[in-house]
Design a protein around this ligand. Structure first.
Ligand code: SF4
Length: 334
């Protein structure tokens, strides 16, 4: 695979959850449209950031890409293979190449397992299935080396998760994700549950690992500053859809979608003078319910620039410049 090819390609992804009413006679009463037609791609070696408010569908998208949540519609292609059409056996083989790091480093680790066993477990399972060629000595060698690489002393190997700090637990989660030698890491809010001082250590660790292991990242966060620091390209999500994608530098310099502009205006600036003169865009209202039937642009109730036509039809994501796509009628969609 050349560097220009997409390692991951997501097209028209929808994840809808049915709502049921009634206690005895259960009947369907609509859907929660958690993800409602998401398109993006990630090139080999690239880090794509998915950003948006809580409830916009970022984590559901991550779970669907990791094949931990069934998609209602759309396709997820990884290294050219449609993951939705693979048999369980082929999916197991493919899965070693894409691994997930979860948000909560405590609940994602089995409290009854020692750190060494948590990190070694994927390797042991794949060795038992005959997918990976490694005996117990090799598993031990690789696990201890991964612990060191992720900043964990090997003398901690026999400790349980509750004996570690939050940052150390996230290092265990990262080492476990790396144990099968994946190509893609899906990092679902990997630092948002950590103290600010620890966040930068984990981000720097992920940056180093990205370089050393030639990793590609789908990085999910609600904090634009974190995404800008880590990612090459950013996709902004609102109410289950991608509303703008661009390189991190372009998005920072030239945000186009009114929602992206509001998000960026909330990021604190390090220069106190610029910070004082900055104009914050305050959005009115709350994010609408993802279960409501809707017509028109999903952002129209909160958009400071909404026009009459925005109530009747929804804009598509379209290219407005090289590598910059936006879904908004302000940018000339006929
Ligand atoms: Fe605002 Fe209309 Fe653009 Fe939607 S399409 S973001 S409502 S201007």
């Amino acid at each position: 695979m050349s560097d220009d090819e997409n390692l991951l390609e997501v097209r028209g992804l929808k994840v809808h959850f049915p709502i049921h009413k009634g206690i005895i006679f259960r009947r369907k009463a609509g859907f929660v449209r958690a993800v409602d037609g998401v398109d993006f791609s990630v090139k080999k070696g690239e880090a794509l950031g998915l950003v948006g408010e809580s409830g916009c569908g970022k984590s559901t998208t991550a779970m669907a890409v990791a094949q931990l949540q069934a998609a209602t519609a759309g396709s997820i292609r990884f290294a050219g293979e449609d993951l939705g059409s693979l048999s369980p056996k082929d999916l197991r083989r493919a899965r070693r190449h894409f691994q997930i790091v979860f948000q909560d480093p405590y609940s994602s680790l089995d409290p009854r397992m020692r750190a060494f066993d948590i990190i070694a477990e994927p390797l042991r399972i794949y060795a038992r299935l005959g997918i990976v060629d490694a005996d117990e000595a090799e598993i031990e060698r690789r696990t201890l080396s991964l612990m060191e690489r992720c900043g964990l002393s090997t003398s901690f190997a026999r400790r349980y998760p509750h004996e570690f700090s939050g940052g150390q637990r996230q290092r265990i989660g990262i080492a476990r994700a790396l144990s099968l030698g994946p190509k893609l890491i899906i990092a679902d809010e990997p630092v948002s549950a950590l103290d600010v001082s620890i966040q930068s250590q984990i981000l720097n660790l992920l940056k180093d690992l990205r370089k050393d292991f030639d990793l590609t990242f789908l990085f999910i966060a609600h904090d634009l500053a974190v995404i800008e620091y880590f990612c090459d390209r950013i996709a902004v999500m609102y109410l289950g859809r991608v509303v703008e994608t661009a390189s991190a530098a372009e998005l920072n310099k030239n945000p186009m979608h009114p929602y992206t502009r509001a998000l960026l205006s909330a990021v604190p600036l390090p220069d106190p003078e610029k910070e004082r003169s900055r104009r914050r865009i305050l959005l009115k209202g709350d994010v609408p319910s993802p279960s409501a039937e809707r017509k028109g642009c999903p952002f129209r109730e909160r958009c400071p620039e909404a026009m009459e036509r925005c109530a009747f039809s929804a804009p598509n994501l379209r290219a407005v410049a090289e590598g910059h796509e936006v879904s908004c009628f302000l940018y000339g969609e006929a």
